[in-house]
Design a protein around this ligand. Sequence first.
Ligand SMILES: Nc1nc2c(ncn2[C@@H]2O[C@H](COP(=O)(O)OP(=O)(O)OP(=O)(O)O)[C@@H](O)[C@H]2O)c(=O)[nH]1
Ligand SMILES: [Mg+2]
Length: 484
Amino acid sequence: MRASDLSLTVIDGLAQAGHRLQGLFTPSLRLGVTGLARSGKTVFITALIRNLTQGGRLPFFAASADGRLLSADLEPQPDDNVPRFDYEAHAAALASDPALWPESTRRVSEVRIALSFLSAHPLRRALGVRRLNLDIVDYPGEWLLDLGMLGESYATWSRDALERARGMAGGKATLDWLAFVSQRDPGAPEDEQAALEGARLFTDHLAAARAQSTVATLGPGRFLMPGDLEGSPLLTFFPLDLAESAPIQRGSLAAMMARRYDSYLAHVVRPFFREHFSRLDRQIVLVDVLGALNGGAETTLELERALASVLKAFRPGAASWLAGLVGGRRIDRLLFAATKADHIHHTSHDRLEAILGLLTRRAAERAGTAGAETHVMALAALRATREAQVRDGGMMLPCIVGVPLPGETVDGQVFDGRREAAIFPGDLPQDPSTVLSGAAPFAATFPRFRPPRLPPVRASGERQAAPHIRLDRALDFLLGDWLQ
Ligand SMILES: Nc1nc2c(ncn2[C@@H]2O[C@H](COP(=O)(O)OP(=O)(O)OP(=O)(O)O)[C@@H](O)[C@H]2O)c(=O)[nH]1
Ligand SMILES: [Mg+2]
């Protein structure tokens, strides 16, 4: 036997052994798609599945561009107690006429995408086709806010919640709740009726504040999106006006509230964190920066605060109270993405990235010191607009063109959901700090657009991908090294 025959036999043997081993053990990568409510998680996951399974145009996702990504198929999700992500329903909504965005998520769900690929390295490629399972969890963004409660006592949480409610330009619901709290003596004996009434008024206040704001930053999340906890006693607590130094008396209303707060953490927040977040390998944090800018400097500061509190729980690699829960896995790559970048002209994308970079800097610094690679990017998972130059007097304005959703208004013009419109979204400020200081209030408003209508996926093998902006770069950052 010649040397080259021998090496071929060895490679052949290795390939067979490798194939058998792969059947037994396919590595899995758990990707966390994190973000506050309406930040774009469900759309991101839907567009990701669509582009992977339908051979989307992904020129900056190396495995796909090099032709090494052979297939991507949905497989049963790994955890039998978690429902499957309803990709088919979201795809059907996008295929309907008119096309619809997915609805707000009400429960947790999970999806596994089985990828098969060829290695980029000739020697490893000789071992044959390799496989990777990509696991992703979707959940209601409201629940994310609760992670910030994990390190807080009932007393601290109460003080913070009251301070924020008092600082709001309160509507009736907020005023009613604050009036109720001001009449409660935390030292009074525990009282179930007061607990029920207070929790109801507190929930109304949260819902009203949520409806007013362009970003969701107030929790507890289950008060707004209860899921299977609708009507549960776990949701019957509210913040009380506690004096800084006074201890909580046994048998008092305050003790009752503190006990229920702790139960909420133990039975709702910790299990949610443990089951869905503590096992992540990679994380993309989606941030609706444009939505916050729409709300003004105060909303943008609120967003920064909410992000900071959430990211405390994700300190990649840091030794913290989390260390015991994290169970050995460490997030080694973290991507912050400003979503819905198709609302602005591409010439403003770097400014959008700069604003997000500033918003997340403190968190990114923490992650950086702990060794995770972080990156900031502006993207649109599902592009709903195109760009055009529109003449305005003697000037050419860089505009975006799309169909605003019914009822959306720009400059007093109300849209009907059918007509296309060219909109000049304005320039984002060059100095990102001005959006936080309010020094140069950003005046533009971004209407919500109708999604592009995506034809239904057919069994015939005809490929039906979806338009996006930089989804491929995000995939390359998040998965690229696992597909080498
Ligand atoms: N133009 C545009 N709009 C988007 C894009 N992604 C999301 N949106 C808009 O943002 C809304 C919310 O997106 P979702 O994906 O449902 O947000 P989510 O984070 O899953 O929200 P919850 O389920 O409530 O936590 C959508 O209904 C769209 O209006 C995008 O890429 N482009
Ligand atoms: Mg969702």
